[in-house]
Design a protein around this ligand. Structure first.
Ligand SMILES: C[S@@+](CC[C@H](N)C(=O)[O-])C[C@H]1O[C@@H](n2cnc3c(N)ncnc32)[C@H](O)[C@@H]1O
Length: 245
């Protein structure tokens, strides 16, 4: 299967994109939540809320949150949808450790369980979940189509996916202003605060390479999803993609 993503966090040909992404998130895990709030001026919280609001219409009882990281989308789903069970899966053990602490603090451990795993090779049986979600995760996959095909496989017939991901704003002057912030200011602050030279530069580069809007729904259609659609947030800084099996 072809992958449109060639962007990697570090310039290291010997380590796969997946290996580099894992190391990067393991390294920035202690700073991740704080930097999200700071760099987005808190708007990332609203983006996740909106995603879960749209998902709540389907009332899923079993949810798989892939690339769950520190668990913010899973926590939002647990508190707003009240499903029976949420499984949060991530390739970075350090991100999950922080997520598990947050879940315990909120008393949500009976609903949300976290586990280390690769979204491109899920251990779950076919048709296991009512919904599969991903917040800012799919852009980091080594093979985007393989990861999306796995989401499709583990989804029950009639089940729904909700994917929140950065996109490239298309409207003047948001496009120009945001590009300047995203390309120059955000990586500089990110470098200083996360102690990783490349993480927030990679963020910009990976968003530029990501197939957003119709390009993404076309991939979903090709993989067998139906009723695929997207909703733009904050003038196109992000999109929520919804599709059914
Ligand atoms: C930007 S964070 C998003 C975390 C969280 N979903 C959120 O909304 O803040 C991306 C996460 O994707 C995870 N990730 C990247 N590739 C993955 C893969 N193949 N399988 C599982 N997790 C992956 C990273 O470890 C990281 O925690």
């Amino acid at each position: 299967m072809s992958t449109p993503q060639q962007v990697t966090p570090y310039e290291n040909d010997k380590v796969s994109k997946k290996g580099q992404v894992t190391s990067m998130f393991d390294k920035i895990a202690p700073y991740y939540d704080q930097l999200n709030r700071f760099l987005s001026l808190g708007i990332d919280v609203l983006w996740r809320k909106k995603t879960i609001n749209l998902l709540s219409e389907y009332q899923p009882q079993t949810i798989l949150d892939i690339a769950t990281g520190t668990g913010d989308l899973a926590i939002e789903a647990a508190t707003r949808i009240h499903p029976k069970k949420i499984t949060g899966l991530d390739i970075s053990a350090n991100m999950l450790k922080i997520g598990e602490q947050k879940i315990a603090k909120k008393g949500l451990q009976d609903i949300i369980s976290m586990e280390v795993g690769d979204s491109e090779n899920l251990r779950f049986e076919d048709e296991s979940f009512d919904a599969v979600t991903a917040g800012f995760g799919v852009r980091n996959f080594e093979n985007l189509e393989k990861g999306l095909a796995e989401m499709y496989r583990v989804l029950k017939p009639g089940g729904v996916i909700a994917i929140l991901e950065f996109s490239k704003p298309r409207i003047f002057p948001i496009k120009q202003l945001f590009n300047f912030y995203f390309r120059y200011i955000l990586p500089t602050i990110g470098k200083l605060r996360s102690k990783d030279q490349r993480a927030y530069q990679y963020l910009f580069e990976s968003v530029q390479a990501f197939p957003d809007y119709e390009k993404f729904t076309t991939i979903l259609d090709k993989l067998g999803f139906v009723q695929s659609k997207y909703k733009t947030l904050s003038a196109g800084i992000c999109c929520i993609y919804l599709a059914k099996k």
